[in-house]
Unconditional design. Structure first.
Length: 226
């Protein structure tokens, strides 16, 4: 990837991708150092992102400990956007009102009515507004990152196993070395060692482990803002 001087040099491609993909994974760090992810729906003005979310809760505790976050957008066309940013709560009334209206007036799927979630409007104490600001000195132009067919096969198998009819919550974690049932997600340990853990989980479920094909490469196009 090639570093660029300003966000303007990649703004068009950035907004094209995030507007199409809409949903992204947001990663935070808990006070005990545990990474957490969740799927959220930001809306962007130039290089500033906004997330309407619950003001008090687990995410708020994480950000009080570590305000730096990482967001990843991905779609089946292998378009990826990664944003490394600093998050801060926007608590002033004018900003909350303005971004509330931004969500309401932006056409779907990016826009929606926040009142469906916070009936009291932008003054609702449960309504939280996060401002995301990427590091302005670290932008990268879209490029091609080599991803092997083996990697893609692993990803596809994760998705197949997670929705397989034999994925039964009655089958306990003990069958898969204390991993959670596949219908509820994957642990960092499994993600860190997908080949080993996948083979074990497949064996526990009576499924055939995947056989990744050869080392043919498929391009992954990525935009990075950090």
């Amino acid at each position: 990837m090639n570093r660029v001087a300003t966000f303007d040099e990649l703004a068009a491609e950035f907004h094209r991708r995030v507007s199409r993909i809409v949903w992204c994974t947001l990663a935070t760090v808990a006070p005990d150092g545990t990474p957490w992810t969740r799927v959220l729906h930001p809306i962007w003005e130039a290089s500033t992102g906004w997330i309407a979310t619950t003001r008090h809760g687990l995410k708020a505790r994480h950000l009080a400990h570590e305000p730096r976050v990482s967001l990843t957008y991905w779609d089946a066309a292998q378009d990826v956007v990664t944003v490394h940013a600093t998050a801060a709560w926007a608590d002033d009334a004018p900003t909350r009102e303005r971004v509330w209206q931004l969500y309401r007036t932006t056409p779907p799927p990016l826009g929606y009515d926040p009142g469906d979630f916070w009936p009291a409007g932008p003054d609702d104490p449960a309504f939280g507004l996060l401002r995301l600001r990427p590091d302005p000195d670290r932008y990268h132009r879209p490029g091609l990152i080599a991803q092997t067919e083996a990697d893609l096969a692993t990803q596809r198998h994760f998705r197949r196993v997670a929705t397989h009819p034999l994925t039964d919550p009655s089958k306990t974690d003990a069958q898969a070395d204390h991993l959670p049932t596949l219908s509820t997600g994957m642990t960092g340990r499994w993600q860190a060692r997908p080949g080993v853990q996948m083979a074990r989980i497949c064996a526990a479920r009576g499924l055939a482990a995947p056989r990744p094909p050869g080392r043919a490469y498929r391009p992954l196009s990525k935009v990075v803002c950090r």
